[in-house]
Design a protein around this ligand. Structure first.
Ligand code: MG
Length: 269
């Protein structure tokens, strides 16, 4: 079972999908469906996949990322792998959906992709140990994430806000896979059709429940919150005109083009 969001005509809907069927629900039901998808099954409007133009599958209150969670990636950037999860936030305003363009901002000259598996919270969690979390069912789903990074700003600034936080730096989707949840997901990235990253979450230093527990000791996690779990080796610069695709055989593919930020679009409303 999986959850998505999309445009059906001019309406935004939540999609609850199985192998061959898609049902549409009003967008405000998202968090309730995340908590109890079975309760909604067969209650929605039957729709065809081709009628839907996909949006990001959730609208997180926050995106809490884990850095340097794969030894090979920490090493390629000359960093030690940390003793505790290295966390940083990306703003929800950076989220884009499948197919939407990553905009190359004029503030950087080294924009890079980072293909990641992301957890999507289905429950509210505060101050829970990994053991307590292990006893809970339906805690999270999984999706794909591109932790787009302006590497020069990340390295040059004292905080990672600019390096990680520009609009469009958080491609997410296409669907949140609710079941079955496993510990080992393959993860790869294709740049213009060529594989540039290839790994598996079994190589992560901090595993899913350890990460959720660690974050929950700091802040309350809400349904729909997104936790990208780190990138393996192979990160590299992007240029305008590229297409970057994050792929997992168990989850799907998240594909986004890179376009110029050039034309300033002012909005005051
Ligand atoms: Mg990352």
């Amino acid at each position: 079972m999986k959850i998505g969001r999309g445009k059906l005509g001019n309406k935004t809907v939540v999609l609850l999908s199985t192998q061959n069927t898609h049902e549409a629900f009003p967008e405000q039901s998202l968090n309730s469906i995340l908590k109890d998808p079975q309760g909604y099954q067969s209650q929605g409007e039957k729709v065809e996949a081709r009628e839907i133009s996909l949006l990001p599958p959730v609208t997180p209150s926050k995106i809490v990322c884990v850095g340097r969670n794969y030894q090979d990636h920490a090493r390629e950037l000359g960093n030690p792998i940390p003793d505790e999860p290295l966390l940083f936030l990306k703003p929800p305003s950076a989220v884009i959906g499948p197919g939407q363009p990553i905009l190359y901002p004029p503030t950087t000259s080294n924009l890079q992709f980072e293909g990641e598996i992301a957890l999507v919270m289905r429950k509210r969690v505060r101050q829970a140990t990994a053991q307590e979390l292990a006893e809970s069912q339906d805690l999270f789903g999984v999706t794909l994430f591109n932790d787009v990074t302006a590497r020069d700003l990340q390295r040059g600034d004292k905080t990672w806000l600019r390096g990680k936080g520009h609009d469009t730096f958080a491609p997410l989707g296409p669907y949140v896979i609710l079941s079955p949840i496993q510990n080992e997901y393959d993860i790869s990235t294709k740049l213009n059709g060529k594989i540039v990253q290839e790994s598996n979450t079994k190589h992560m230093k901090f595993q899913f429940l350890d990460i959720i527990s660690y974050i929950s000791m700091i802040m309350t996690l809400e349904p729909g919150d997104v936790i990208p779990t780190g990138t393996p080796a192979g990160v590299a610069p992007l240029t305008v005109g590229d297409r970057v695709e994050i792929i997992s055989s168990q989850i799907g593919a998240l594909s986004n083009p890179v376009e110029s930020w050039d034309q300033r679009v002012t909005l005051i409303k």
